[in-house]
Design a protein around this ligand. Structure first.
Ligand SMILES: NC(=O)c1ccc[n+]([C@@H]2O[C@H](COP(=O)([O-])OP(=O)(O)OC[C@H]3O[C@@H](n4cnc5c(N)ncnc54)[C@H](OP(=O)(O)O)[C@@H]3O)[C@@H](O)[C@H]2O)c1
Length: 251
């Protein structure tokens, strides 16, 4: 193995990364992974502190609060001088069956999963354009390309986020900023714990993959490092599915 080549392609040494939705689950795993690849990482979420945190600093911030998010970015620039990578992993799911407030839930889901991704991406792009380099990664879902029952808000938000990725990739490409989506399949986190604990749903979801199992948050790390690093220097506007083969499977 040529270690220099691996270092040149995948190392994030000297890079500064911001990860939203990093208080737990997939965002926390990605933040830890980017730090492991050498980046200085700051993660955020609404929680006062992160329940899973290793190798990165954590700042409370609600991504739907544009002013608060910009202040977070300003703080990063003051402290570290730059932002090279932004991962929008913040997300919520509010299934219709769990509530009678469907319309409010729809709006709230779009606000966190899609509108906040747009505003926060523009905020970091403002800094990245001066650097003439940057990588933005939107965490979408297999629901960005497939219909799932009982949760139109989530599916619409992730489908919208997938297309926002392509539109921003086009607009920001000339500034040297790449924008890609990272689409997990079913991954065991707080968001999916109810389905994971239900034996029938658990089996059904594992059987829909080609690998015959659920994902773990750590399964997303390699793909996130790839999209954040120079290994993907000519990759933009793309969707990278990390779903055990779910979206590629026929029968
Ligand atoms: N688990 C899966 O199977 C799966 C599959 C496909 C896609 N995804 C996506 O992966 C991402 C991470 O989900 P997860 O499975 O890790 O779920 P999770 O454990 O519920 O984590 C969600 C994260 O988003 C943060 N968050 C929610 N609203 C926020 C807001 N307004 N401002 C800032 N942070 C906010 C949460 O932090 P606070 O509560 O502290 O704010 C938490 O850190 C989400 O975008 C989700 O849609 C998950």
């Amino acid at each position: 193995m040529n270690e220099n080549l691996i270092e040149k392609l995948f190392s994030l040494k000297g890079r500064v990364a911001l990860v939203s939705g990093a208080s737990r689950g997939i965002g926390a795993a990605i933040a830890t992974g980017l730090a492991g690849a050498g980046a200085t990482v700051v993660g955020c979420g609404r929680s006062a502190s992160a329940s899973e945190k290793a190798g990165f600093a954590y700042r409370p911030c609600d991504v739907t609060d544009s002013t608060g998010f910009r202040m977070l970015c300003d703080g990063l620039i003051q402290e570290h001088g730059r932002i090279d990578v932004y991962v929008h992993a913040a997300g919520i799911t509010l299934p219709d069956a769990d509530s009678s407030a469907r319309e409010e839930n729809f709006d709230r889901t779009i606000e966190v999963n899609l509108s906040a991704a747009y505003r926060s991406s523009l905020a970091v792009a403002e800094t990245m354009r001066h650097q003439k380099r940057g990588s933005i990664i939107h965490v979408t879902s297999i629901g960005s390309v497939l219909g799932f029952p009982g949760n139109p808000a989530y599916v619409a938000s992730k489908g919208g986020l997938r297309m926002l990725t392509k539109a921003l990739a086009l607009d920001l490409g000339p500034k040297g900023i790449r924008v890609n989506s990272l689409a997990p399949g079913y991954v065991r986190t707080a968001m999916t714990e109810k389905s994971f604990q239900d034996p029938e749903r658990n089996r059904e979801r594992a059987a829909r993959t080609m690998l015959g199992r659920w994902g773990e948050p750590g399964d997303l790390v390699g793909a996130a490092i790839f999209l954040a690093s120079d290994a993907s220097a000519y990759v933009t506007g793309q969707d990278l599915f990390v779903d055990g083969g779910w979206t590629a499977k026929g029968l």
